[in-house]
Ligand binder design. Structure first.
Ligand SMILES: [Zn+2]
Length: 81
């Protein structure tokens, strides 16, 4: 994926910035809890094509993690690289 292209992409629903998940090949909007798929390098920015993330995924993708307050401590976080 082109980084400049990624930087331009926003959620079609809320115009919020998307987070690119390289492993999953998805662009995630944690405001709406949707993950837009990337097919062969082309992001599919259609809400009807997007996958609804579950609450746990939303936690992982949410920005601004605050040190000290981690109520939902998750054991064995995956994708360290
Ligand atoms: Zn959104």
């Amino acid at each position: 994926m082109d980084k400049e292209l990624l930087a331009m992409l926003v959620c079609p629903l809320c115009n919020g910035k998307l987070k690119y998940d390289r492993e999953a090949q998805e662009l995630r909007c944690h405001y709406d809890g949707l993950a837009y798929p990337i097919h062969e390098g082309i992001p599919v920015m259609l809400p009807e094509e997007a996958r609804t993330m579950d609450a746990d995924e939303k936690l992982h993708t949410s920005t601004g993690r605050s040190p000290g307050s981690t109520p939902g401590h998750s054991p064995g976080r995956s994708g360290g690289v």
